[in-house]
Design a protein around this ligand. Structure first.
Ligand code: NAP
Length: 289
């Protein structure tokens, strides 16, 4: 396999982090110290390493990053009050809720309680509405990351057939809206597509494929259109090994560009979270809605 077509996330992540670092300096020069708060409800040992690494990435670029841990006995109202107190604290610029949350908690309602100007994950109805209207400010980081990598190929996207596998609120739907905004012709596939046995034929005509299903080897390598851009968002563990949704080896023989897992989309996602924090601070400093 010729490795020139592997679209690693590292270079893009470094560029974004450099942008963030420069802007943190700019803001600090103006007396503003960007501060990100992550709320976690209940103990989840599996998440600790991830959260610690996310906080280290933030600190490296000069962002103050804090974890607020609420006990798993916390009530919905108490959790909402915690978010509201951060909404009204001008020293907090970004708020994110770590998922999953305990069963008795309505995570979506909590996310929606976040002030949209502090919504660094781009998950509030206001920010998703702006994305729908083509006026995004804070958009979901994973979708931003997928689109960043597509743009990094330098391909002329207007009129290309883009196929998105998955329609979640944080990946598939926002990615499909962003691709529409980039003038692609977009098809969104989901479980209904598979039930009709139509998935293969949609994948086969994709010039741009975004796979965000969460199933290992879900997209067969031989389905990939020669010359396609393949963005694999999937995170799956098989025998302790991290793999994406696409059969990488076979797909890489056909694709013009393909993201690896790990080392692709996920690498850029955290950088985008921090970039969103910069945009959030600037939005809060402006009077405009
Ligand atoms: P999700 O909410 O579970 O959504 C999965 C989507 O896949 C749904 O729309 C579902 O269709 C569709 N799907 C499931 N089975 C299917 C099938 N047999 N045929 C066609 N479509 C099928 O997942 P998500 O949050 O979007 O995440 C997707 C993947 O990306 C996961 O592996 C996740 O771990 C990964 N992820 C990666 C990052 C990153 O930074 N790299 C960030 C977030 C998520 P229905 O709507 O019909 O059920």
């Amino acid at each position: 396999m010729n490795n020139n077509n592997i679209l690693y996330g590292k270079g893009s992540a470094q560029d974004i982090l450099e942008y963030v670092s420069d802007n943190v300096e700019r803001l600090k020069g103006a007396g503003v110290h960007p501060r990100l708060v992550t709320i976690q409800i209940g103990e989840d040992p599996a998440s600790q390493a991830y959260l610690a690494s996310q906080m280290r990435s933030a600190e490296k670029v000069g962002i103050k990053s804090e974890l607020v841990s609420l006990p798993d006995t916390v009530s919905q109202d108490e959790a909402v009050r915690t978010i509201e107190s951060m909404n009204s604290d001008p020293s907090v610029h970004g708020i994110m809720l770590h998922m999953p949350v305990p069963k008795h908690i309505d995570g979506r309602a909590l996310q929606w309680a976040i002030n949209y100007k502090k919504d660094v994950e781009g998950v509030t109805p206001h920010n998703l509405g702006r994305l729908f209207l083509g006026r995004p400010v804070l958009a979901p980081c994973t979708a931003l990351s997928a689109i960043h990598l597509i743009k990094a190929t330098g391909a002329k996207l207007r009129g290309l057939e883009a196929v998105v596998l998955g329609r979640s609120d944080i990946v598939g739907k926002p990615a499909s809206l962003m691709l529409t905004g980039l003038d692609c012709t977009v098809t969104v596939c989901h479980s209904g597509t598979s039930e009709r046995g139509l998935l293969k034929e949609h994948v086969e005509r994709a010039d741009v494929l975004v796979a965000s299903v969460g199933r290992p080897a879900f997209v067969k390598g031989e389905w990939i259109k020669p010359g396609a851009i393949v963005i694999d968002v999937g995170i799956n563990y098989v025998d302790g090994k991290l793999v994406g949704d696409v059969e990488f080896e076979e797909a890489a023989k056909r694709a013009a560009f393909i993201t690896p897992v790990p080392g692709g989309v996920g690498t850029v996602t955290t950088a985008y979270l921090l970039r969103n924090l910069i945009d959030a601070v600037d939005w809060q400093l402006k009077m405009e809605e």
